[in-house]
Ligand binder design. Structure first.
Ligand SMILES: Nc1ncnc2c1ncn2[C@@H]1O[C@H](COP(=O)(O)OP(=O)(O)O)[C@@H](O)[C@H]1O
Ligand SMILES: [Mg+2]
Length: 349
């Protein structure tokens, strides 16, 4: 059912159910006990809310929700103008989360991301001025345009969920999720993230150019007066409480030992693939299991299936493997190699 590439495509009805889910979500906030079903309905309603501004890109929305449920960070890869900014901004509004955007430029300094100590004349003391990482949803635009030192400051904050200044740790808000964009075409003058850093992103989502029909419908919306700068139509249908309830429910998703073994077999197969010079790390295996469980819960189940694992294998593993130069010359891609592995490694029944 869950075709590996079409993550989220088969889970229809989000638009139609949005109103109900919104009502449920409102009833449930705040304080009133958040059960798993209410949280799922609210998070499913996000899809309908995001669709008010973004045409299509369902898989990307689902991937982002999964990342939020797993408290993981996201690499978003797509050519400019495919609504990456619009999507993340809309999602933060629909989730009632704080949003900030940083354009990563060659002259950006670590302090521009994390914050810095500034001298206050009145008190004659140094005060910490929070940088843009102090937010819930951070859009790190064109992360590979900034030199390694500044990249490292963001990656450290991502990993530790805190910023240390002068030895004093300052915790970041919860949730804190980074969506870092990369342009797949431009390599000139960029600083590719090292493999060890890529491994810290839970998923890499590719943002495709919309289909012909989707692009036409986008144009019609614009012609009818849609203004991407005005997101006032987008309602908060879920929030931090639903994410927390969802997270708790995901932790309760049952794991059959055979499914755990399947995840490991897939990861081990990447380490043995003749097309790859670097396979998936054990961290990657834990990532795949987490995203598959979140997807199982979003799909309305309390157990994870091999199909859940298959559905998440590409977004969760594609940035954690490295092609051999020969394979790359022959036109191999990470997704293609992973597809081959999914076809060959026997799935438990
Ligand atoms: N799928 C889409 N649905 C709706 N609008 C879109 C879509 N793709 C592109 N657009 C339009 O193109 C604009 C550019 O999108 P933007 O979010 O800035 O792209 P990116 O961040 O990927 O460069 C949007 O504001 C919107 O008007
Ligand atoms: Mg943008």
């Amino acid at each position: 059912m869950n075709h590996p590439v079409e993550l989220g495509k088969d889970e229809g009805g989000a638009g139609a159910g949005a109103a109900d889910a919104r009502r449920d979500a409102e009833d449930a906030r705040p304080g009133a006990g958040h059960d798993s079903d209410t949280a799922r309905a609210a998070l499913t309603a996000l899809r309908g809310e995001v669709a008010k501004t973004v045409v299509g890109q369902d898989s990307v929305v689902t991937g982002l929700v999964i990342a939020l449920l797993c408290r993981g960070h996201v690499l978003l890869e797509g050519v400019p103008g495919t609504a990456k900014t619009l999507l993340v901004k809309t999602l933060s509004r629909a989730l009632d989360l704080d949003f900030k955007r940083v354009q990563f430029t060659p002259d950006l300094m670590p302090g521009d991301v994390t914050g810095s100590l500034v001298y206050d004349n009145r008190t004659a003391e140094f005060e910490f001025r929070e940088g843009p990482v102090f937010t819930n949803l951070l859009l790190a635009d064109e992360i590979n345009r900034t030199p390694p030192k500044t990249q490292a400051s963001l990656l450290e904050a991502m990993e530790e969920r805190q910023v240390s200044v002068e030895g004093l740790p300052r915790p970041l808000p919860d949730p804190f999720v980074v969506c870092a964009t990369q342009n797949p075409i431009e390599y000139e003058g960029t600083y590719p993230l090292p493999e060890a850093q890529l491994d810290r992103f839970l998923v890499k989502l590719t943002v495709p150019v919309p289909s012909r029909d989707e692009e036409i419908s986008m144009l019609q919306r614009h012609a009818a007066g849609f203004d991407p700068r005005d997101l006032s139509e987008v309602r908060p249908v879920a929030g931090a409480a639903e994410l927390a309830a969802g997270r708790a429910a995901v932790r309760a998703v049952h794991l059959d030992p055979k499914v755990a073994a399947y995840v490991v077999d897939l990861c081990r197969a990447t380490r043995q693939s003749p097309s790859l010079q670097l396979g998936v790390s054990p961290r990657g295996a834990t990532a795949l299991l987490s995203t598959a469980r979140a997807w199982a819960w979003l799909s309305g189940r309390d157990y994870v299936t091999p199909d859940d694992v298959k559905a998440l294998a590409r977004p969760t593993l594609r940035h954690r493997v490295q092609l051999r130069p020969e394979a790359e010359l022959e036109g191999a891609t990470a997704d293609g190699v992973l597809e081959g592995i999914l076809a060959h490694v026997p799935a438990p029944r």
